[in-house]
Design a protein around this ligand. Sequence first.
Ligand code: XMP
Length: 509
Amino acid sequence: MIIVIDFGSQFNQLIARRVRENGVYCQVEPSGISVEKIKAMNPVGIILSGGPSSIYEENSPTIDTSIFELGIPVLGICYGMHFMVHALGGTIRRADKREYGFAQLTVKEERPLFTDMGNSFQCWMSHGDSAEELPPDFVVTASTENTKIAAIANHTKRFYGLQLHPEVEHSVNGSLMIHHFLFDVCACEKNWNMKSFSDGAIAQIKSAVGNKKVIMGLSGGVDSSVAATLIHKAIGKNLHCIFVDNGLLRENEKENLEKSLTAKLDLNIKFVDAREKFLTALKGVTDPETKRKIIGKHFIDVFDTEAKKIDGAEFLGQGTLYPDIIESKSAFGGPTSIIKSHHNVGGLPEKMNLKLIEPLQLLFKDEVRKLGLTLGINEELIWRQPFPGPGLAIRIMGEITEERLNILRKADTVLLEEIRAAGYYKKLWQSFAVLLPIKSVGVMGDKRTFANCIAIRAVTSNDAMTADWAKLPHDLLGKISNRIINEVDKINRVVFDITSKPPGTIEWE
Ligand code: XMP
């Protein structure tokens, strides 16, 4: 295994991910970890992550410097390299200007990290400090125009430092540098995969939960389904799932969940029909934020009421992914951090007083999909496009009524059928229908109509932070429009949304 020491970089999970992509087990540990604990974990290599601090700053993160006496190879990245240089007797200089962005790296010593990469290529930098004097027995192995000491090595001790960030996609050959560190320096074995991840996670959940109970909200989406499957494999009937029908779901949502998840797993699942409660609370509400607040509050109320009926529940399971918590700087990884004291991802109130189980918190969406397939969840569920918590409420502009919900459900079903049939479903981040608050004039069968308008929203994206409107073929758009107008009563016009994000958002409210 490889240990990544977390010095606070927002990229530290990306480092872990690059290691995992190479089939090597990896854990991110806080910098306060003791050397005894590191020894007990028996890593074959240590990576010191970057971080926002400067080495001479008060309270900048440190790790016990006896890690350099363990005989284990160390790779320091950015702040991690500065820490190593400083700890081993070199000096760091505070630069006047931050170097941020692309730089051209010139290689001076190819082996081991830059093997087979050529002499010069682009890398990505983000630093204020630089190494000025090297510790004894270190050599410079690469530089850039602004940074003379951009990579260093002590070959005897197998200590390496990179000022650049090999973990980010913009660093050409970055993954390969990590590959060389893992296999040429640390002699790692390629024996980690989703199966070993799930075996490990199941064992951790078992030992943490014992014979206590876990409750969990199931939405029918990928993340909560994969998390529930994993937890169920660990504790079986002690997992109690709650599915809340808030009346804002798409057509056949409950049936689809039953078909694709519960049919295979003997899940303890309670379906709660709270449609009336939500729709009554939303009556007459048109403001988007007010809608969201009402839905959030009622969800928590319903969930809390149901949770209290389950005697002795001590844990709350959640399908939180790494990007969901990227902002909340906590200690990731490690055998115990799968369970954390309550933090508010998901917005559940403190009063529930439950400990969190978040077995997917180290993973990215594509890794969760791979894990889901390994666990035997069917492809249809695994490739589902995201669906927001507030559901169709934020896709109906203006007031939400039963009638308008039914119109939107039908239009959305037609749209998704056509998107699937044309082979676009998996290629799009999301595709859905929006019901607009306006009516327009039309003519159908020689009769004047004055009816509703549907907007088609289809976007491509990697992470929903930015998105582009999908360039769907005109004949597909034509077919969707025809079918919606012919098959959905009270619709006489369909428009296509050609706004990217930013400046638009993906959802309309
Ligand atoms: P926006 O509209 O902000 O959406 O561009 C970005 C992504 O987030 C989803 N979304 C939500 N998901 N609860 C959720 O679980 C919400 O309240 C929520 N609002 C937006 C949206 O579908 C898109 O994928």
